[in-house]
Ligand binder design. Structure first.
Ligand code: GLU
Length: 451
């Protein structure tokens, strides 16, 4: 961690509209190729990150084109009868970024603003994440544009089951294996598993991960992403020679990732100064009593009103002075607008895509180290892989085995990223991406072009 962090250099030129990199040889180094179909700010961001790492690797144009554009996508519209009797049409997506590495893998996101471009970006990041931690998967992502907070359990079930039926042609235990993401969890995975199994006529537990343990899920899956973030923090602290009990943390998000990160840090003696959820943030300069905060949320659903803390604006929370900031909520939270005001020393990304390339450049100039998403939050998909293996083998592992294997894989991935950063003289995000892209591009070249 002591190695100087490199600047990203100039921002790439704004993307040309249209299908810019359709043919090998036409790739402009400074252009971001964007198919109209999946054009979005987030996809452009994923492309810019890719371009930076591909430049470092001097990757051939034809391989870039093959790796950038999502290989297979499905968009569907389907009707669902609401509790009121009204029929509402929903839009669902499933994007499979590369079919080169094995079956595809990635979560299902239920969010009111979900779009095709967002799924395409998240699917690409899943490819790099799986490659970086040596899982035999390509990346995928999907979901439904809906507001899970505004739906009854019955409506959620009908949406999940109908969506599962719609994407069934591209899903399967050795084809594409969904998992939870924002707005979905064990309950939705159980419905998805049941819908798929009903349609093929027998139970197929390996079709989905993040299932309840009673249905063949693995112990430790729910806390895996948050725990993996904390293992990464521990690896980073070893390099920095920092002791956890002496350090302060701010955690954005108190969902499946952020709440586990806050609990695990608190359990290790870390001082968690502030946490937030979709309604707002709370802070206590002496450190929050995270077990008490967790009990409050279990009872009241939101952080709002927790008595032993002050409310604070969510944006201001990111700018609190602390040692480590953990963005564990949504993408594009740290941008050129707030990066120069952050007062942390280390950022460990629990969310996917929380830092924009422009913010990365500012942070690098300011000497703030960023441990990137595809490394820090890989714990979820690593334990998903364990679950998939157990489902295929019809054999379940003990909690300790899951935890220790997760720790070993996270630590090894951290070591690889550090070594690549030193070898290439680049920042951690570029090193993580370069190492992942190198692996996938080698496989793509070996498989060559069919026919
Ligand atoms: N949605 C999680 C992620 O973004 C996990 C995906 C999975 O387990 O397949 O990494």
């Amino acid at each position: 961690m002591s190695a100087p962090i490199q600047s990203h250099g100039g921002e790439p030129a704004p993307p040309a509209p249209g299908h810019a990199a359709a043919r090998p040889g036409e790739f402009q180094r400074d252009d971001v190729p964007l198919g109209e179909e999946w054009h979005s700010a987030l996809y452009a961001m994923a492309c810019r990150q890719f371009a930076r790492a591909a430049d470092v690797l001097a990757l051939e144009d034809e391989v870039r084109t093959r790796l950038l554009e999502p290989r297979r996508s499905l968009v569907c519209n389907f009707p669902v009868r609401m509790d009121s009797g009204e029929v509402v049409n929903y839009t669902g997506y499933r994007v499979q970024h590369t079919l080169t590495m094995g079956p595809t893998k990635g979560g299902l996101r239920f969010a009111p603003d979900l779009g095709f471009g967002e799924c395409a970006a998240l699917a690409m990041w899943m490819t790099w994440k799986c490659s970086l931690v040596n899982l035999p998967f390509g990346g995928a992502k999907g979901g439904v544009r809906c507001d899970p907070y505004a739906l009854s359990p019955g409506e959620m079930e009908r949406i999940t089951r109908r969506y599962a039926a719609e994407i069934l042609p591209v899903i399967g235990p050795d084809v594409d294996i969904p998992a939870p993401d924002m707005g979905t969890g064990e309950r939705e995975m159980a419905w998805f598993y049941d819908t798929y199994s009903q349609s093929v006529g027998n139970a197929v537990p390996a079709v989905v991960t993040g299932k309840p343990v009673a249905l063949g899920g693995t112990v430790g899956r729910q806390s895996a992403t948050g725990l993996g973030v904390v293992f990464t923090i521990e690896s980073a602290f070893e390099e920095l020679d920092w002791a956890l009990p002496e350090r302060s943390f701010v955690v954005q998000g108190f969902g499946n990732v952020g709440s586990v990160v806050a609990q695990e840090l608190h359990a290790r003696g870390g001082k968690v100064l502030a946490v937030s959820d979709i309604r707002g943030a709370i802070t206590n300069p002496h450190g929050l009593d995270i077990p008490a905060v967790t009990r409050w949320v279990a009872e009241h659903q939101y952080l709002e009103g927790y008595p032993e803390a002050e409310p604070i604006d969510g944006g201001a929370m990111l700018e609190l002075e602390c040692d480590v900031l953990v963005p564990a909520a949504r993408e594009e939270q740290i941008t050129h607008q707030n990066a120069d005001r952050l007062r942390c020393r280390l950022i460990v990304e629990g969310a996917n895509g929380p830092t924009t390339p422009a913010a990365d450049r500012i942070l690098a100039e300011r000497g703030i180290v960023v441990v990137p998403d595809i490394l820090a939050n890989a714990g979820g998909v690593i334990v998903s892989y364990f679950e998939w293996v157990q489902s295929h083998q019809k054999y379940s592992w003990e909690a300790l085995e899951v935890r220790e294997r997760l720790r070993t894989q996270m630590r090894a991935a951290f070591g690889r990223v550090r070594a690549t950063a030193d070898e290439l003289g680049v920042d951690h995000r570029t090193a993580a991406l370069a190492s992942a892209i190198q692996h996938v591009s080698e496989a793509a070249k070996l498989r060559a072009i069919y026919p």
